[in-house]
Design a protein around this ligand. Sequence first.
Ligand code: AMP
Length: 120
Amino acid sequence: MAYDPNNIFARILRGEIPNSTVYEDAHVLAFKDIRPQAKVHVLVIPKGAYVSAQDFGARASEAEIAAMARAISKIAQDMDIAESGYRLIANTGGHGHQEVPHYHVHILGGQPLGRMLSLP
Ligand code: AMP
């Protein structure tokens, strides 16, 4: 799947749409999800143009991959959920119900999250 430069997260990265930033570095931007599904709900995205986790894992540089992992740990610490625990979700492609075609990791926490998954 080709990257769509007009997807909503690309527009956020270009500053065309406002966001509630919680973390930023050379490779990563993280902001609050507009429709939070837990007390803490942050989206962590690479600044590079990657469609999905599949695309990111295949094409991203070591520095970009490391930056995502480091950012997630730092954000969890900063949001005070590192000790209580949290869940990372990267919805990918059709069966993964990915809505925005720019790779993103959801950080969910701040409350008990229940079991991992309930299928329809
Ligand atoms: P996914 O199904 O994993 O692609 O999830 C996309 C997420 O992006 C959803 O949780 C949306 O609430 C969130 N979202 C969509 N537009 C925005 C926006 N402008 N700012 C913050 N979060 C957004």
